[in-house]
Design a protein around this ligand. Structure first.
Ligand SMILES: Cc1cc2nc3c(=O)[nH]c(=O)nc-3n(C[C@H](O)[C@H](O)[C@H](O)COP(=O)(O)O)c2cc1C
Length: 188
């Protein structure tokens, strides 16, 4: 059983990566395998609506997306982490959501029944809207989204700040525990 955490910040080793790694650590403690994938520095273009994925499970855009899609398809759970940029998820994670989501939708719902959910970091505001944006993606693709002890948000501006947000870190940890719990029950 494997869970992947995809970090949609263009900033390597930043707050979203710290929060996602923390969540994955809680999952590892439950005996599941995990992998963190940072999108920082990768080339992931938005969907161009060519509809080639409606014909076969592929994407003709030659960039870094398709190998990540295949990892998402293999995983039992998918966590998407994003910082808030201008009140919204980043363009980077949105591009992945559009492309991977569209391939899944067009290819016999390959993400259906997986477990997952969002993780969101911001300096000050925009968390709830961004959590909703990400959650809508999980829901429309037929995935199961466990809760935590709060919404999966945390505060931080400079790299590392998020580690000082005790409640945010605890919420992410508890979310990881619930992801592991639900995956185990679904796969039992
Ligand atoms: C382009 C840009 C837009 C941002 N917009 C917001 C915002 O709307 N609300 C907010 O609270 N923080 C905003 N921030 C701050 C980031 O969300 C914050 O620094 C976060 O910790 C970055 O996560 P990272 O370290 O994973 O990159 C913005 C930062 C950047 C670079």
């Amino acid at each position: 059983m494997k869970i992947i955490g995809i970090v949609g910040s263009p900033r390597k080793s930043g707050n979203t990566e710290i929060l996602t790694a923390h969540t994955l650590k809680a999952i590892v403690e439950e005996g599941l395998e995990t992998e963190l994938i940072s999108l920082a520095g990768l080339d992931i273009k938005p969907c161009n609506a060519c509809r080639a994925c409606a014909e076969e499970e592929q994407c003709p855009i030659e960039d870094d997306l398709f190998p990540i899609y295949l990892k998402m398809k293999e995983a039992d759970g998918i966590i998407l982490g994003s910082p808030v940029y201008y009140g919204s998820a980043t363009a980077l994670i949105k591009a992945l959501m559009e492309r991977a989501g569209q391939i899944s939708h067009s290819s016999k719902e390959t993400f259906k029944g997986k477990v997952g959910g969002p993780l969101v970091v911001a300096r000050r505001a925009g968390h709830n809207f961004t959590v909703a944006q990400l959650t809508f993606w999980f829901e429309i693709l037929g995935m199961v989204v466990p809760g935590s002890t709060y919404w999966n948000i945390a505060f931080g501006r400079e790299k590392g700040d998020v580690s000082k947000d005790d409640e945010g870190m605890r919420t992410a940890w508890n979310f990881g525990k619930n992801v592991a719990l639900v995956v185990k029950k679904l796969r039992a």
